[in-house]
Design a binder for this molecule. Sequence first.
Ligand SMILES: *Cc1c(COP(=O)(O)O)cnc(C)c1O
Length: 226
Amino acid sequence: MHDIRAGLMRVRERIAAAAERAGRRADDVLLIAVSKTVEAERIREAIEAGVVALGENRVQEAKAKIATLGRPVPWHLIGHLQTNKVKDALALFDVIQSIDRLEVARECERRAAGAGRPVDVLLEVNVGNEPSKSGFAPDAVAAALDAIGGMAHLKVRGLMAIPPAVERPEESRPAFRALRALAERHGLGELSMGMSGDFEVAVEEGATMVRVGTAIFGPRPPRAAA
Ligand SMILES: *Cc1c(COP(=O)(O)O)cnc(C)c1O
């Protein structure tokens, strides 16, 4: 069995070293432990080992786990959100990182207004303009922010991206840099970027949140496509 505590400690050390290389404070980077496919008992172990935020990419899967574990730490939704799951998502998650189209933003606004509480969100940017990926194209972000600016219950804290797959982590650097420039242009503070394969480069390029699964929990079993 993969040692979660050791995995977590090692990831923390690597974040700290990357932050230091970039003249940043490790405390300014939130480590989100991505627990998709990981069962509740092992997530509990991670929380006991000191995980301070969790990430899930499916509402239904998270719902079952949150029923077991509660919300001792914030849960972030990091996967594509269907409009018919928005109501559940708002009840379960503290942050929705995957606002990837205006339709889902509008539905979040409608539901958040109905519940009478604001919701923290990130806009997902398709930073590589990949046809297979969801998210706003970089040149559509300005218009999206304009539209969402009129939605009183949506608090846009920053941008999130999954850059194109690469062979070596270093190759993600230009995408991370582009995302950072886009966030800065719009005065957005949070940058969610970097996964197990490339989080150190992301930290060097200014990530304020990294989303790390495999490096903490070990390899995931393959699962059928949704
Ligand atoms: C699965 C996933 C991650 C974590 O991936 P690892 O390579 O296991 O660290 C990060 N972000 C998103 C959106 C994911 O779906």
